[in-house]
Design a protein around this ligand. Structure first.
Ligand SMILES: [Fe+2]
Ligand SMILES: [Fe+2]
Length: 352
């Protein structure tokens, strides 16, 4: 072959390859977000149906997986933490088994219930695992988790990068609060990793997946009532400033157990997601382009009896009501509205 012919052939091949790679660039992508499955197998001692439907968690997550598998053109599923009741090995095995039933890759982040707790005399302490062991259970299936780490980044589609964060402070008993510490902070080491990862992916679209939010969702979340300040990150301002510096547009979280809603702070949309295990049990289907994001919130399939029980236990719960929702008809109405978030069952946002 003559040299000139060879060169023109090479140019044509390069052009084809370039077109091929461009045509595969992230354009429109469909994914699902689920949160707080809190898996607790019923064979474990002490599992009950309270505010969390402990005895039903397996069934609710399994039913959700069946529904998700029916969604056409789905690319992946995000799981926003509180995977287990309290990091018990049998519950991790069970969740892994259920999520492995998904037809598409899934990406998990850890919640405050997915790490070992310091035992205290008030509680019958089950066997719980280190967060590194819990994270290790998810290496391989999704390609996200990395050995020895509890957070990671992963290019889930061409030019679309998922960054997950490990937001939990610790699960130690705090006597003053009478509670296990369910609060959040991104420690300095993870902040440095986050900045390096954001810098390396600056030209791509970035989705952040966390358990705790980087914003409060109601006035009560800013107060110390029931330690509700622990619902969102201690250093939220610092984290938001870093995300803003690198042009992040979307942050997805769970933990708050309210239905899907969002708020925009500094051009970043923060989305929070409902639990699979507590009323109103739901999951969210997203469609994303480099310019906008639209979504639809769906109920977890369950029998009318299960829904009735979930709502009854929700209304009977005092801790999650907070100061703004007294046990009066008006208080119940406001309480339901806050957790059901009826105005954001579907929607669309456009990024700047
Ligand atoms: Fe939770
Ligand atoms: Fe949580």
């Amino acid at each position: 072959m003559k040299k000139s012919k060879f060169l023109s052939l090479a140019a044509v091949i390069s052009l084809i390859l370039l077109t091929f790679s461009l045509s595969f660039a992230f354009d429109k992508i469909k994914f699902v977000a689920i949160s707080d499955p809190h898996i607790s197998i019923p064979q474990q001692k002490g599992v009950t149906d309270g505010y969390k439907l402990g005895l039903k968690t397996q069934m609710l997550t399994e039913n959700t997986v069946v529904e998700i598998n029916k969604i056409p053109d789905l690319k992946f599923v995000l799981v926003a933490g509180d995977l287990t009741q309290d990091a018990e090995p049998w519950n991790i095995d069970e969740l892994r088994k259920i999520l492995d039933g998904l037809k598409v890759p899934y990406f998990v982040t850890l919640g405050n219930h997915d790490l070992s707790r310091v035992p205290h005399e008030k509680k019958d302490q089950p066997i719980t695992l280190s967060k590194y062991t819990v994270a290790g259970a998810f290496i391989g299936r999704s390609g996200g988790m990395v050995p020895g780490m509890t957070y990671y980044s992963h290019e889930v589609a061409k030019d679309l990068v998922l960054i997950t964060l490990d937001t939990s402070r610790a699960q130690i008993f705090v006597p003053e609060a009478g509670l296990n510490d369910f609060g959040a902070r991104i420690d300095p080491g993870q902040m440095r990793w986050l900045e390096n990862t954001l810098k390396a992916n600056q030209k791509k679209t970035i989705i952040i997946l966390t358990h705790h939010s980087a914003v409060p969702w109601c006035e009560g979340d800013k107060s110390n009532h029931n330690a509700w300040r622990w619902f969102w990150m201690d250093n939220a301002e610092e984290v938001r400033a870093l995300l803003k510096k690198y042009g992040v547009k979307l942050v997805f979280s769970g933990h708050r157990h309210i239905s899907t809603r969002y708020q925009q702070v500094d051009d970043i949309y923060h989305f929070v997601h409902p639990a699979l295990s507590t009323y109103p049990m739901r999951y969210t289907v997203y469609e994303m382009t480099p310019k906008d994001l639209s979504w639809q919130v769906k109920d977890v399939p369950a029998s009318p009896e299960v829904w009735e029980l979930a709502k009854k236990n929700f209304l009977a719960d005092k801790w999650w009501r907070g100061p703004d929702h007294p046990e009066t008809p008006e208080g119940n109405q406001k309480y339901l509205e806050f957790y059901e978030s009826p105005a954001t069952l579907k929607g669309k946002v456009t990024y700047k």
